[in-house]
Every structure is written in structure tokens, then in C-alpha cells.
Design a protein around this ligand. Structure first.
Ligand code: SAH
Length: 345
């Protein structure tokens, strides 16, 4: 995609050269796009009119709009549906904490990973997002709430390690001092465990937090709920995670969605405890969100509490994901599916 909002400063400088313009025009353009978040050439008043016209012709800026917005009356959480230029729908969630605003963004339209409990994967992968489309989710929400966002989790629809190059482009842009300057430590990237990409990411020595969706303590159980488990064994994922912690000194988060009767027994907790003990990590337990099209149910409160206690006994830091926006609740990908149905597709 010839999307100008996805280009870094160096690429913009090269582009300016082809127009016979000096390098500082690239910096101006970059600041309009990523610091001021103005995605309309007509408003870029310090760029000469002639150049703006050429850019309009050659690099029309992608447009994205907020299609729908659901605000929680309980805690201010806002779920957004965004409409992309080609009319595909993606979703994002703004969460408000005492320490600042956090946003969960999508990395793809749909997903092909096929996790059995997840709504995002029901229609498969439609297409990847560009780095600019990942950024636009943040810029649009900042514009909407008129506040800054300080934390980003790439945990919406899609698998961000499937196109690591795009995800890296996004991280570099949002991290840029000439743009929003959001620190790598304020960015979390969630993966279902694509082993080779975890090694690649580790070698880049990024400071982002890696979250790995484990969801089961054995390969057998994992295969029942996550098709990717047929490709990568838990042992290999953990080896890659160990490598990541050695390279980056960053603690890994393991996500574990508790599903009644699938992965929530005391035996499961013990096996998970043994598996993870000694690893620089933290477990985030998530009572599974029920999805209309799926039969999985969340574990009982009593099993969740027991699970937490058992894990802690292995010295593993465990947190239970707080449920935000429960009055506008919809599992990952669910709002999009409903909206598309309503739209009659
Ligand atoms: N593909 C990436 C990121 C997107 S999913 C990944 O797999 O990590 C973000 C997180 O939400 C993952 O941990 C995923 O397993 C979890 N998730 C998806 N559907 C869910 C549901 N119905 N209930 C609870 N967690 C869910």
C-alpha cells in the first residue's frame, strides 16, 4: 500500500528528494501527520501549495472514521468500531486507569489463527492493516476524547507477529520523538506464540512487553482450543520466551483464558505452575468472555480463585484481569461481527 502515513522519516526524506525538495519538508510533513495528527494536506499550511497538490495526487492520505462508539456508564471504557477506507470494520477499546489512558488496537481485519473461543477469527483473515491504520486507531481516539493516550496494547483482532515488519513499522512510528513519542515500555504486543517471530523480536532488542496467549498447560489441551498448537509446541514457545527475557530483561506476560471444563482444574494450575516456575514472567488470568457463536463458558469464581492460589504457590505472580466496561461487554471481535451483520453483509 502506498500509504504515506506508514512511512518513516528517512523514507519521506527520500521521497522529498524525488520532488526536488529539501529534507526539512519531510520533517514538516512527518510532524503534521504524527505529532499534530492532521491527515489533510490542505491544512498543512507551512508546506508549499504546489507540493501539497503533488502529494495529494501521488499519496492520498488514507481516511478512517469512527463508525460507532459504545461508552460504559460504569467506568468510562469506550469501545470503538472504525470504518476503514475500503469500508472494512475493525475495533478498538479505550480503557481509563488512574495512571492514564490505555488503548487496545487491532493489527488485522479478522484473523486466521482460529482460536476456538475467539470471535475475531470466525470470518477468517480479511486483510492486514498498514502501520498507518494501526496508528489511526490511536489518533482518532485521542482526537475523540481530547486526551493523550499513554499505553498501547496490540491485543485487538489479528496476530501482530504474523507481519512483524508492519508491526515494527508501527512501533517505530508511535515511538518517534517527532511524533507521539510513546515509549516502548508502554507498548504490549500479544501473540498466540509464533516462535520464529519471537526470536526475531528478541534480536531487535526492543523494550516492548511481550504477552503470550498460552491458555493451556499441555500441548494436548492447547490443541483443542488453539490450532496454532499443532505447529508450535509449548516447550518451544517457552524456549523462545526464555531467549526473549535474556535478550531484553523484560518480563513476559502469559495470558490464560479460564474456560470451564477445558483448562481450569487444579491439575491444570499445578502443571502451569511447574511449567513457568523460574521464568521471568507473570500470568494474567482472564475469565473467558462468552461468544455467541461458541459454546465455551467462563470458569466459576471458586475455580478461578483456587487456580490463582495454586499458581501463586509456585511463586508465579498472577493477576486476574479486571473486567472493564461490563455494561457494554462484548468479547474480542464480537462487536464487529454484530455490526457487520446489522449492515447486512
Ligand atoms: N493474536 C494475538 C492477539 C489478539 S487476541 C494473541 O493471540 O494473543 C488478544 C487476547 O485475547 C489473546 O490472549 C486471546 O487469546 C484473548 N481472547 C480472544 N478471545 C477471547 C475470549 N472470548 N475471552 C477471553 N480472551 C479472549
Amino acid at each position: 500500500m502506498n500509504d504515506i502515513t506508514s512511512k518513516d522519516l528517512t523514507t519521506l526524506q527520500e521521497l522529498m528528494k524525488t520532488y526536488g525538495e529539501s529534507a526539512f519538508r519531510a520533517k514538516q510533513l512527518f510532524e503534521w501527520l504524527h505529532k499534530k495528527m492532521i491527515w489533510d494536506y490542505d491544512e498543512m499550511t507551512n508546506i508549499p501549495h504546489g507540493l501539497r497538490e503533488k502529494l495529494k495526487q501521488d499519496y492520498p492520505i488514507i481516511q478512517m472514521k469512527i463508525a460507532k462508539k459504545y461508552t460504559s456508564q460504569l467506568d468510562g471504557t469506550i469501545k470503538y468500531l472504525f470504518e476503514l477506507q475500503d469500508s472494512h470494520i475493525i475495533e478498538g477499546v479505550l480503557m481509563r486507569y488512574k495512571h492514564g489512558n490505555s488503548i487496545c488496537i487491532s493489527s488485522q481485519v479478522g484473523c486466521r489463527m482460529g482460536c476456538k473461543f475467539c470471535a475475531s477469527t470466525i470470518g477468517g483473515l480479511v486483510r492486514n492493516l498498514s502501520a498507518g491504520e494501526m496508528l489511526a486507531q490511536i489518533y482518532k481516539v485521542q482526537e475523540d476524547i481530547k486526551e493523550r493516550i499513554s499505553n498501547i496494547v496490540i491485543m485487538g483482532s489479528g496476530e501482530p507477529l504474523e507481519k512483524l515488519d508492519i508491526t515494527m513499522q508501527f512501533i517505530q512510528l508511535i515511538n518517534s520523538k517527532l511524533g507521539q513519542n510513546i515509549g516502548q515500555r508502554h507498548i504490549t504486543l500479544s501473540t498466540c506464540g509464533l516462535v520464529p517471530a519471537i526470536y526475531e523480536l528478541a534480536d531487535m532488542m526492543m523494550q516492548v512487553t511481550l504477552a503470550v496467549s498460552l491458555h493451556a498447560p499441555t500441548d494436548e489441551k492447547r490443541k483443542r482450543i488453539m490450532p496454532i498448537a499443532h505447529k508450535y509446541l509449548i516447550a518451544d514457545i517457552l524456549k523462545a520466551c526464555r531467549y526473549y527475557t535474556e535478550k531484553t530483561s523484560r518480563r513476559i506476560t502469559f495470558e490464560y483464558a479460564l474456560i470451564e471444563g477445558e483448562n481450569d482444574t487444579e491439575e491444570d494450575a499445578r502443571e502451569l505452575g511447574k511449567l513457568l516456575s523460574g521464568l521471568l514472567c507473570h500470568v494474567n488470568l482472564i475469565p473467558v468472555n462468552q461468544v455467541e457463536e461458541r459454546t465455551y463458558k467462563s470458569s466459576h469464581v471458586s475455580s478461578i480463585e483456587k487456580f490463582m492460589k495454586l499458581l501463586s504457590a509456585y511463586g508465579i505472580q498472577t493477576t486476574l484481569r479486571r473486567k472493564l466496561g461490563s455494561d457494554i461487554d462484548a468479547a474480542c471481535g464480537q462487536l464487529r461481527n454484530r455490526y457487520i451483520k446489522e449492515r447486512g453483509e
